[in-house]
Design a protein around this ligand. Sequence first.
Ligand code: GLY
Ligand code: MN
Ligand code: MN
Length: 438
Amino acid sequence: MKISPQTYARRRRRLLQALPPGSVALVAGATLATRNRDAEYPFRQHSDFYYLTGFNEPDALLLLKPGRSEGEVVMFCPPRDPALEIWTGYRAGPEGCVERFGADQAFTLDEIDEQVPLLLDGARSIYYPLGCDEQLDARVRGWLNAVRDRARQGAEAPEELVLLDNLLHEMRLFKDDEELAVMRRAAEISAQAHCEAMRLARPGIHEYELEGRIISHCTAAGARFQAYSPIVGGGANACILHYIDNDAPIADGDLVLIDAGCELDCYASDITRTFPVNGRFSAEQRALYELVLKTNEACIELIRPGLPWNAVHDLSVKMLTQGLVELGLLEGEVEALIESGAYREFYMHRIGHWLGMDVHDVGNYKLNGEWRPLEPGMVMTIEPGLYISPHNDRVEPRWRGIGIRIEDDVLVTRDGAEVLTAGVPKSVDAIEALMAGN
Ligand code: GLY
Ligand code: MN
Ligand code: MN
């Protein structure tokens, strides 16, 4: 499942229309990163660049220049080189960029330092994400200086640098039908993968065995990459928020927290489920789990257009704090415990984040100093959690070392919300039934 060339073209047109006359936008692709010696990390295109091109080769650059008569969309790409392509695989080359990726004009990378200064000559402003990539910053400086150096020959250097981030990231924040189809599929594959891990779980299993099952399911379904490193934490490891060692055996009676989601055509899914490795919740696990679940469901229920982003977080804080007081884990007045931040000992992260091409996707959370209202087409996670440190001697020993998070991916619709990750159960009964093979 892939985004169509027409959609990439539409996005470029929208950005070109939003750019003022006399401007040039620069959007750089990603570079291959070395893992060790001759081995490289799998290539992942930069999301901004991929959003506008669908082009998946390293080191490329997209230049947009509204109103340019020779073409508004210019691409720079690796050259075609049959000898090199024996090693690296097929390259589109400039011709491919024009024919298949919608460029009006394309050059090879070795022409970049000559061509970009010519394209900047006479432009009033450069739109680009200053400060995100030192190498790119240095190159832009070099291109600017190349224009300045030719001032006596009549070259005119731009006078303004504008950060491209807001313009582009507002576009990325709102997902269209095609993007939603890809995101629904990514979420569905990940949901099935979580079900598979629940089915495989048994006391003594290693965290990496569950990780392996998740990854193999996604890969076999066509999603070769995870959107982030899977977190598989058994017992107290679930209390380490970004635990990725995933190398411990999981003891009978422990919960396991799995936070994993695949990526499909550069769109992320992000799911967390927590379940008992032996298939049955203990009383303490169940009590905390029901509280997190109730919070997850109430937050999803609240979502609708017009609701300020922070209202969802505030509800989660209120419900979890209230529940912790009822269970005796916190003492005092709920309002005071919220005011003082006492709940943060157990709930130290926020309710969620935007989701899209990046797992923590782009887009502002505030506009003009106010939490922004939710709007149809936004996708966000809802992921309340409670983590009782194994070292917390202020609570009864029976609670210690329990970590629970329940995370869903949610689309804001015209009249509410659509849960993209409904394919993996989250109620106690449904999890126990699935794990019992019913
Ligand atoms: N997996 C990272 C997160 O849930 O935000
Ligand atoms: Mn997650
Ligand atoms: Mn998340």
